[in-house]
Design a protein around this ligand. Structure first.
Ligand code: FEO
Length: 183
């Protein structure tokens, strides 16, 4: 008896997203290696933690497809992009990568609505929320560097930024949780 509860094309879309999340981990790993090599060990740690989050995302897609009777397929992972030329290029790259991932998730959400696959729609809502957090975190990186002086920041302000990112929280607060006392 066929117990698969996903369409063939939905199984493929979710499996592709599992691979895309592993690719995101590769991208952030490579950016982290670049940052560490440049002496920014705090920024590197932030990026390494983020790479681990992407691996976690990949596992969620894997587990969901398996739970729904499908079988995800691990594909070859494309090489990460070239090393960034500056910290601002690195942070811009992180932001662009998150937006690209959000677009991919939205397209599977669209597909789940077309198919009336409400279980998958529901599963994906976690990722819709997660992407808001991740885009916010990436925007914060860009803002913090801008305040530090951008690509013309002094060594001293970059030292402070690097230290701050070493221990920066990995979750950005959601607007839904804001209150008048704690905006
Ligand atoms: Fe798994 Fe950063 O999206």
């Amino acid at each position: 008896m066929n117990t698969k509860r996903l369409s063939e094309s939905m199984e493929k879309a979710l499996s592709d997203q599992m691979n895309k999340e592993i690719h995101a981990a590769h991208v952030f790993l490579s950016y982290g290696i670049w940052a560490d090599d440049r002496g920014y060990q705090g920024i590197a740690k932030f990026l390494f933690r983020h790479a681990q989050e992407e691996r976690n995302h990949s596992i969620k897609f894997m587990e969901y497809v398996l739970n729904r009777g499908g079988k995800p397929k691990v594909e070859a992972i494309p090489a990460p992009p070239e090393d960034p030329e500056s910290l601002s290029a690195c942070f811009d790259g992180v932001f662009r990568h998150e937006v690209d991932n959000t677009t991919a998730i939205y397209s599977i959400v669209d597909k789940s609505m077309e198919e009336k696959d409400w279980a998958t729609w529901n599963f994906l809502q976690w990722f819709v929320k997660e992407q808001v957090e991740e885009e916010t975190l990436a925007q914060d990186l860009i803002d913090k560097l801008k305040i530090a002086g951008g690509d013309r920041a002094t060594d001293e302000s970059l030292f402070t930024l690097d230290k701050a990112l070493e221990q920066a929280p990995d979750e950005a607060p959601l607007a839904q949780d804001a209150t008048a006392d704690n905006p």
